[in-house]
Structures are given as structure tokens and as C-alpha cells.
Write a new protein. Structure first.
Ligand SMILES: Nc1ncnc2c1ncn2[C@@H]1O[C@H](COP(=O)(O)OP(=O)(O)OP(=O)(O)O)[C@@H](O)[C@H]1O
Length: 605
């Protein structure tokens, strides 16, 4: 079948977001030209006072200069406010813009076993950088030549002192970077790894508390952070030494500028007023250079954050379609599916093929670790197949746009996985849903009444901070979530694992009704009652489908024996005749012959 799926464009979302920030940045930089000029108001005012008012004793000149200076300072204050607000707005926008992509990327990485929330912290770091002083003072560097020009205009000696001082400060900033870069990066990586391990462990806090595992965990965390602390200390030692040196240099510059100024005044080469004005302007001209050194940690953090964000965002669900597809009929084709987990050297699925017609309900049985849950995850496209494909209505489920795919698919994982929120939020898949649609899904899962008995009905909070549902209640609620919104495909991974007799009965009815509504169903189950409402049952062992039996045959075998005997059941059923079971030779199965299995099961349309 065809695969006309369009791929995601390769442009980096970070570059795209920064590109869209550029006009705002440019406006802020232009405004900062005027605020930089505004910074000259006080020194020029002082110079005029010394050189004109003190010598002429003219109070009217003083008054005029004061009015002009105050007017200029007012304008400066307004422009400075606008400039800072632009940076703050840009930082907020950037955070929102990147947040969506970062969450998507974090989900994609977590699915590949690389869990972590560092991406969100990195966005926060970039926001602080842009919205705070670090980025703004760096952009003010652009206008430093203006100050240098004024100093050269006063006297070339002032200009030379300022430019030479700026060069020394730049060298110090570069030395700080070179001396601390490696250890800083290593510190970041070591701290990140230690914190992620601890956060991962804290998700299982009940186990930790019940079995007194807090101490060993703390020791592991301390051992992991020890290395990070050692590296951080080395980096801090160098940065502190260079910081002390740069403070010494800054004070020496002030003294040097003053000494040069006084010698010029003594030689009558410059006015006394220019001496004071120049010392203030030198300080202003060098301020952005000094900020680079004092804000270096923020700079380093922002550089590290953008590097990690770039890598994270490049990694988000690469190659998935951006185009929405219409509601599928529910033709499910598993085509020579192979799956080798990341880092593993052995395939969990070794060429699984199966065809499921629209509205058909298939059971999957097989012993533990035969690959059933892995198959379920591949059916809903959360993992990328190593080979082969799963197609729904001819389109690869892994490449399918996730939001669009989710609207047509219901998935009940083995771990249930309810999220923090209300019962209503969970059924509605955390979206803003029509109450009628929520109630319909609950009724289809036969839990509408059960929800009525919760403290706040559909508004009952569940999850870590809310009402604690029983295992069976959680499973039934997760079934309602899977049934929400008329799914075309329903994938249920052991939906009966925690249910009592009433729950099992409700599940059987819910699955049977979904089938009648035309939903294609794949259910991993060993429950004989549930098997009987399905159309066929695939028997899995060691990553392959050994054969397909009728539900009656599978249920009969399973009700008398443990699930591990499913293969024997399949083989015995094959001996029963009726062509219901296909026991393919191993080599044939590994090569993958989907149609053989499907045809033999009598399900190919
Ligand atoms: N991400 C992974 N990395 C390494 N091995 C994995 C990974 N996921 C699954 N496996 C391995 O694949 C095999 C099949 O696992 P799977 O969960 O699919 O089995 P199952 O048939 O659903 O078992 P059960 O009935 O016990 O749930 C197991 O041996 C498991 O250890």
C-alpha cells in the first residue's frame, strides 16, 4: 500500500523562533542607541557646569542646562522602559513558542527511554538571559563606539585609555571562558545525570518508602553529585581568580583614566570639566564589557541551554507527518514488523505480519515476554519499527501526525497511566471536551454509575494529589478514555488485569459494543470470556505469530490451562482441522508472509 506521507521540514525550531524575535530585537537595539546617548546627559551636564557655569557664575545658564538635562533624562527613562519591556515580552514569547516544541521533543525522547525535563529548564534559562540584563548589556556593546568617539573628541588620550581598557576586559572575558568551559560542561552533564536519576526514582516513592530505600538512593545521588561538585569547584576556582583579577583591572582603569585626565588638565590640553565627564564616560563605555565578565555565568548557562535545546528540538519525532488525514476506516495491516529496542542486540519482534479488516476484533495471546506489549506500542505508533511497518488505512501509524492519529485511536496500556486531573479530564484525554462526549465514553465503558459514586463525580480529582481509585476503577476509567470520541482502532493491552467479575462483564460488553459500532479492535488478553467476543486470536511466542486460532479454540484451551500453553492450544486446534490454525515453519515466519496468516485465518477481505 502507498505511503504518501509528508515529512517535517528540517528547519530548527530554535532558529525559527530566534528569527521571529529578530525584528523586536532590532527595535530594542535602535532604542538602546538613544538610551546610550541618554547616558551621556549627566557627564555632559557636569562638564558644562564646570566649564561654563562655574567660570561665568551664570545662574540662567545653570537653569537652562538643568531644564535641558532633566528633559533629556525623562525621555531617557521612557525609552529605557520601552527597551526593557520589549526584551521581557520577547522572552515570554520565546518561552511559549519553544515550550510546545520542547514538550513534543521531551515526549519523543522519553518514548526512546531518554527521559528528562532539562529542555523546559533550558527554555527558562534562555528567557532569563533575554529578559534579564545579560543580553541587553551585550547588545549595548554595539553602541560602545559612540562613547569612544566622544572620548576621542575630548582628547585622543582619553580615547586610547578607553579602547585599551576595553581590549583588556575582552581578553579577560575570553580567558574566563577558556579556563572554565570544559569543567563547566562536564559539571552540567554530571549534575543533570544525577538529578534525572533521582527524579526517576522519586516516581516510585511508595516502593522507596515501604522498603526503606531512601538511604541507598541518597548515597547514590551523593556519589553522583560528588563528581559534579568536584568539577564545579575547579571551574569556580578559576572563575573566581579571574573575577578578582578583572576587578583589579577595572579599578586600575579608573585610576589610569583619572591620572591621564589630570595630566592633560595640568598641561592645559583639556578642560577640568572634561576630566570629570571623561571619567564618567569611560566608566559607561566599559560597562557592557564589564557586564560580560560579571554576567559570564548567565552567558555560559544561556549558551549551554541553546546548545542542548537545539539538540533536543532536532530530535523531536523526526520525520513525522504534519498533514492531517481523514478518519480511517480501520484497515490494520501489520507488515513484517521487526523491533529491536534501542541499545539491544536481539529483536523482540521478528517479522510479525497480520491483517485486520475494518470492524474486526483480534485477540493476541502468548506467554510472558513473547512481545505482545511491544506489538501494542508499535500498533499505536509510539515506537518506531526497526523493520516493516504498521499501517492504518494504508498509512504508517508511526509517521502519522500524533494529534490527528490520537483522535481516531483508543489505547489502553498495560500500565493504565491515568494523569493528574479530574475524572472528566482523563476521559477527555486532558482536553476541553463536550460533557456529552465524556458521558458517552463513560457509558460505553459502563462506568457512568461508578463515577457517580465518587466524591465529586466527574469533577473528582485523581492522581498524585487527588482521590485514590482502586486498580480496577483505574483500569475501567482508562477504558473510557480509550473509547472517547469514536475511535476507529482500539488497542487494549490486558484490559482485564485488575478487574473483578462485574468489571470483566462490563469490559466484555464494552468491547462487544465497540465491535458492533465498526471499531477495529486488537486486545491482548488471556481472559476466556473476552476472547469469545473477538473474531480471531493470534498466538505469539518469542517475537513471532505462531498461528491464528478461533476464539472458541483459544478460550477453551486457555480456560483449562495457563497462558503459556497457548501454543499447544494453537497446535492442537490445528490438528482439530477446520483450517483455523496456521502453524508456519519458522523460516517462513521469520521471512514474514502476512497474507498467508491472514488468508488462513479467513479474514482478508
Ligand atoms: N525498551 C526495551 N529494551 C530492551 N528490551 C525490551 C524493551 N522493551 C521490551 N523489551 C523486551 O522485549 C520482550 C517482550 O516484552 P513485552 O513487554 O512486549 O512482552 P509481553 O509479551 O507483553 O509480556 P507480558 O505478558 O509479561 O506483559 C521482553 O523480554 C522485554 O524485556
Amino acid at each position: 500500500m502507498s505511503q504518501p506521507t509528508s515529512a517535517v521540514p528540517a528547519a530548527s525550531p530554535l532558529d525559527e523562533a530566534l528569527r521571529r524575535c529578530a525584528p523586536g530585537m532590532a527595535l530594542a537595539v535602535v532604542i538602546s542607541l538613544f538610551t546610550s546617548i541618554g547616558l551621556l546627559i549627566v557627564p555632559l551636564y557636569m562638564m558644562q557646569i564646570y566649564d561654563r557655569v562655574l567660570s561665568s557664575h551664570s545662574l540662567s545658564t545653570l537653569m537652562a542646562l538643568t531644564v535641558v538635562a532633566l528633559g533629556g533624562l525623562t525621555l531617557y527613562a521612557v525609552l529605557d522602559y520601552c527597551r526593557i519591556r520589549i526584551y521581557q515580552k520577547l522572552a515570554t514569547w520565546l518561552g511559549q513558542r519553544l515550550g510546545l516544541d520542547a514538550i513534543e521533543a521531551i515526549i519523543a525522547q522519553t518514548l526512546r527511554g531518554k527521559a528528562g525535563t532539562q529542555g523546559l529548564r533550558d527554555i527558562q534559562e534562555l528567557k532569563l538571559f533575554i529578559g534579564g540584563n545579560a543580553a541587553t548589556s551585550a547588545l549595548e556593546l554595539l553602541w560602545s563606539p559612540l562613547f569612544f568617539a566622544v572620548l576621542f573628541a575630548f582628547h585622543p588620550a582619553y580615547g586610547v585609555v578607553a579602547v585599551a581598557s576595553a581590549a583588556v576586559l575582552v581578553v579577560l572575558a575570553l580567558a574566563t571562558e577558556l579556563a572554565t568551559r570544559r569543567s563547566r560542561r562536564d559539571t552540567e552533564a554530571a549534575t543533570l545525570a544525577a538529578n534525572e536519576e533521582l527524579l526517576g526514582a522519586l516516581r516510585h516513592v511508595e516502593v522507596i518508602d515501604a522498603m526503606g530505600m531512601a538511604q541507598p538512593l541518597t548515597r547514590r545521588w551523593l556519589a553522583a553529585t560528588d563528581e559534579a561538585n568536584r568539577l564545579a569547584d575547579a571551574s569556580l576556582r578559576r572563575a573566581t581568580a579571574l573575577g578578582a583579577l578583572s576587578r583589579l583591572v577595572r579599578m586600575a582603569i579608573q585610576i589610569g583614566a583619572m591620572a591621564v585626565g589630570v595630566s592633560l588638565v595640568v598641561d592645559n590640553a583639556a578642560s577640568p570639566g572634561s576630566l570629570f565627564a571623561a571619567s564618567i564616560i569611560v566608566a559607561r563605555a566599559l560597562a557592557p564589557f564589564e557586564h560580560i565578565i560579571s554576567d559570564w555565568r548567565r552567558w555560559a548557562a544561556a549558551l549551554g541551554a541553546q546548545r542542548r535545546l537545539r539538540a533536543l528540538l532536532a530530535d523531536r519525532g523526526a520525520g513525522r507527518s504534519t498533514m492531517e488525514l481523514p478518519r480511517p476506516e480501520g484497515i490494520l495491516e501489520i507488515d513484517r514488523l521487526v523491533y529491536v529496542p534501542p541499545g539491544a542486540n536481539r529483536a523482540v519482534l521478528k517479522g510479525v505480519s497480520l491483517f485486520v479488516a475494518p470492524g474486526e476484533a483480534v485477540g493476541i495471546v502468548g506467554p510472558s515476554a513473547s512481545g505482545k506489549s511491544t506489538l501494542a506500542r508499535l500498533l499505536v505508533g509510539v515506537w518506531q519499527p526497526t523493520g516493516g511497518a504498521v499501517r492504518l488505512d494504508g498509512h504508517d501509524v508511526y509517521l502519522w501526525n500524533r494529534e490527528n492519529f490520537g483522535a481516531h485511536v483508543g489505547y489502553l496500556p498495560q500500565s493504565v497511566s491515568l494523569l493528574d486531573g479530574t475524572v472528566r479530564d482523563n476521559i477527555a484525554r486532558m482536553g476541553e471536551a463536550d460533557p456529552l462526549a465524556v458521558v458517552t465514553a463513560a457509558k460505553r465503558a459502563h462506568i457512568h454509575e461508578m463515577i457517580g459514586h465518587l466524591p465529586h463525580g466527574y469533577d473528582s480529582e485523581i492522581g498524585s494529589a487527588g482521590y485514590t481509585l482502586s486498580g480496577g476503577q483505574r483500569q475501567r476509567l482508562a477504558l473510557a478514555r480509550a473509547l472517547f470520541g469514536e475511535p476507529s482502532l482500539l488497542v487494549l493491552d490486558e484490559p482485564d488485569a485488575n478487574l473483578d467479575a462485574a468489571g470483566e462483564e462490563a469490559l466484555v460488553r464494552a468491547v462487544s459494543e465497540a465491535k458492533q459500532r465498526g471499531c477495529t479492535i486488537v486486545a491482548i488478553t488471556h481472559h476466556p470470556r473476552l476472547l469469545t467476543v473477538l473474531d480471531k486470536v493470534a498466538v505469539m511466542r518469542d517475537g513471532i505469530i505462531e498461528g491464528v486460532v478461533t476464539p472458541t479454540q483459544a478460550a477453551a484451551r486457555l480456560s483449562g490451562r495457563p497462558p503459556e500453553t497457548a501454543r499447544d492450544g494453537a497446535r492442537e486446534a490445528a490438528k482439530d482441522g477446520a483450517g483455523a490454525v496456521v502453524a508456519l515453519p519458522a523460516a517462513e515466519k521469520a521471512a514474514g508472509e502476512p497474507k498467508l496468516v491472514a488468508r488462513a485465518a479467513g479474514s482478508t477481505p
